[in-house]
Design a protein around this ligand. Structure first.
Ligand code: NDP
Ligand code: 8X3
Length: 252
C-alpha cells in the first residue's frame, strides 16, 4: 500500500517542492494551503505525472475550527498518514520591535505557532491510533539565532524549535519520529510575502550569492524521512554555502 504524506503550505515554495519529491517517491498526498486553485492544479499535475492519489484540503491554519473540520472531514483512508510536513508559515515585516505592526505580529504568531499546533494535534492523534508516523517541522535559522528586526518572526521559529523538542519527548512512547529542518535563505515567495508584495525588495535579498532553492530543502526532508525505522534525525540546519549565519552572507 502506498504511503501517505500530509503537507501544509503545499501551494508554493518548499511545500510544493516536497509534494513533487514525495509524489516521485510514490507517496499519496494530502496537500493543504489557502490557495485552492494552486493546490488543485498541483494535484492534477502530480496525479498525471506520477500516478499517485492526491487529496486537496484548503483551509487557513490560523483558524482552529477550519483546521479541525477540514482534517477530520477527510475520508478515513487519508488519516493513515506516514508523514506530516508542518511547513505552512510566513514572515511579515522586518522592523525594530518599537515600530512593529501588531497585525503582522498576530499573523506570524497565529500561523507559525498556533497553526502548526492545531495541525499537529489532529495529526499526532491519528498517528498514535495508527501506531506509526513521522512529523517534520519547518523551523529556520531564525529559530536558532535572533537577528536585528527579526524579533517576532525569530520568536515564532524559536517556538517551533521548542515544540519540535517537545513533540519528540511527548510522542516518544508512541514510536513517532519527529524532525526539525532549519533552513537559511531559500528563494521562494517567502520574501515577497515578508515585504507584502514588494518584488524588487524581495529580489534584492537573494542577489549576489546562490541561495538555497526549495528542492534543496525537499531533498533534506526526504533524507530524514527515508532513514531506517530505528533512526531519527532530530534536527538539521541547512544553509547556502555563502551564508554562515542569519546575517552573515558573503555577497559578490
Ligand atoms: P512560501 O511563501 O513560498 O510558502 C509558504 C506556504 O505557507 C504557502 O504554501 C502558503 O500557502 C502557506 N501558508 C501561509 N500562511 C498560511 C495560512 N494562514 N494557512 C495555510 N497556509 C498558509 O515560503 P517557503 O516555502 O519559503 O516557506 C515554507 C516554510 O519554510 C515556512 O514555515 C517558512 O517560515 C520556512 N522557512 C523559509 C525560509 C526561506 O528563506 N524561504 C528559510 C527558513 C524557513 P497559501 O498562501 O496558499 O495559504
Ligand atoms: C527564513 C530565513 O533569515 O529570513 O526563515 O529568517 S530568514
Amino acid at each position: 500500500m502506498a504511503k501517505i504524506a500530509l503537507i501544509t503550505g503545499a501551494s508554493s515554495g518548499i511545500g510544493e517542492a516536497c509534494a513533487h519529491l514525495f509524489a516521485r517517491e510514490h507517496y499519496n498526498l494530502v496537500l493543504t494551503g489557502r490557495r485552492l486553485d494552486r493546490l488543485e492544479k498541483l494535484a492534477k499535475k502530480l496525479n498525471t505525472k506520477y500516478n499517485v492519489e492526491v487529496a486537496v484540503s484548503s483551509f487557513d491554519v490560523r483558524n482552529r475550527e477550519e483546521v479541525i473540520s477540514n482534517l477530520e472531514g477527510l475520508p478515513a483512508k487519508w488519516k493513515k498518514i506516514n508523514v506530516l510536513i508542518n511547513n505552512a508559515g510566513l514572515s511579515q515585516g522586518l522592523d525594530p520591535i518599537q515600530k512593529g505592526d501588531l497585525n503582522d505580529w498576530d499573523t506570524m504568531i497565529d500561523t507559525n505557532i498556533k497553526g502548526l499546533l492545531y495541525v499537529s494535534k489532529v495529526a499526532s492523534n491519528w498517528m498514535i491510533g495508527n501506531g506509526f508516523g513521522h512529523i517534520v517541522n519547518l523551523g529556520s535559522v531564525a529559530g536558532k539565532e535572533v537577528y536585528p528586526n527579526g524579533n517576532v518572526y525569530c520568536a515564532t521559529k524559536h517556538a517551533v524549535d521548542a515544540l519540535n523538542k517537545a513533540m519528540r519527548l511527548d510522542l516518544l512512547e508512541h514510536g513517532i519520529k519527529v524532525t526539525a529542518i532549519h533552513p537559511g535563505a531559500v528563494e521562494t515567495e517567502f520574501s515577497e510575502v515578508r515585504f507584502k508584495g514588494d518584488k524588487a525588495r524581495a529580489k534584492k535579498v537573494y542577489e549576489g550569492f546562490d541561495p538555497l532553492v526549495a528542492d534543496d530543502i525537499a531533498e533534506t526532508i526526504w533524507f530524514a524521512v527515508s532513514r531506517p525505522a530505528h533512526v531519527n534525525i532530530n534536527e538539521m540546519i541547512v544553509m547556502p554555502t555563502a551564508q554562515a549565519s542569519a546575517t552573515n552572507i558573503f555577497k559578490k
